[in-house]
Design a protein around this ligand. Sequence first.
Ligand SMILES: Nc1ncnc2c1ncn2[C@@H]1O[C@H](COP(=O)(O)OP(=O)(O)OP(=O)(O)O)[C@@H](O)[C@H]1O
Length: 320
Amino acid sequence: MNWVRGHLLGSGSFATVNLATHTNNSDNFPSITAVKSSDTCYSHLLQNEKQILDRLGSSPYIINCFGDDHTFEDGEDYYNIFLEYAVGGTLFDQLKNYGGKLPETLVRRYTRSILEGLKYVHEKGFVHCDVKLQNILVMEDDNVKISDFGLAKEKSLKNDGKLECRGTPMFISPEAINDNVYESPADIWALGCALVEMFTGKPAWNFSGSNIWSLLIRIGVGEELPLIPDEFSQEGKDFLQKIFVKDPLKRWTADMLLKHPFVWDDKNISLVKELINESSSPSPRTHFNFSKEFEYDFCSPEERLQPLVEDQRFVRLVRI
Ligand SMILES: Nc1ncnc2c1ncn2[C@@H]1O[C@H](COP(=O)(O)OP(=O)(O)OP(=O)(O)O)[C@@H](O)[C@H]1O
């Protein structure tokens, strides 16, 4: 494999990421990628990331991995994986470009993409375990993709009773602290924390101390929940209330949340606008003329829930 390491893009706790320029590679290998490298001796997380990305396959919401190799540079052995290059850096970096917090329209759009990515990951049988703004990358077309699968794991994989701590304290779920359980609801909880941070520019938990245990106790024990921002729209508040549910079995899944009006895409919004315009026209219409999307926005709370009740997973959750 012929490639040249370029400038540093960023570094994390176990790897560094540089730009890489490739020559003489096959057609489906881009000429520019990001290369994530770590010392071969400490590369188990990077190898885990590569394996999981390979098993996940291609999705427009997940960072692509093109391959891996070993190099010997400055007297050290490195393990490298080649990733799609995200020209916009992380979503955390993007906050700075917007003066510290994102407008709600953008928060809705990015949340939708992250949810699509999580739905894909969960349906493929994996849990990301480290969802946070630093692990969401912004692409050239301003779409976002989930990255950093170093801590990801297979769903329901037993951990031999070992106590483990995965992820970042500010994003960790109550069930991870209390029962050492890291399943797909844990990613949804972390998404809620990331959403608050995108919108307010501040972490979801008001915590300035250095004693991380006191934060973990607040998350795990008692009724306290992350603060839902006052300035958020009603839909945004409702969306967060579906996420910040301490019992993971009652927390909404990615699939359910994708049906919430907070993350309706531009297509849905323009359909609703169209309906509003048409409803002011003289010709009468019954709600039977409306498509499913219209009904969802203009019906009673019971009817609104109908698509979710039809969803097998929702039925299972409410019965428990
Ligand atoms: N594909 C990419 N394109 C552009 N920049 C990237 C890419 N992947 C990572 N980076 C940059 O490198 C930084 C470190 O990457 P990453 O978070 O994957 O490393 P890590 O060691 O797994 O971090 P962590 O400490 O969160 O585990 C990111 O914060 C980002 O700035």
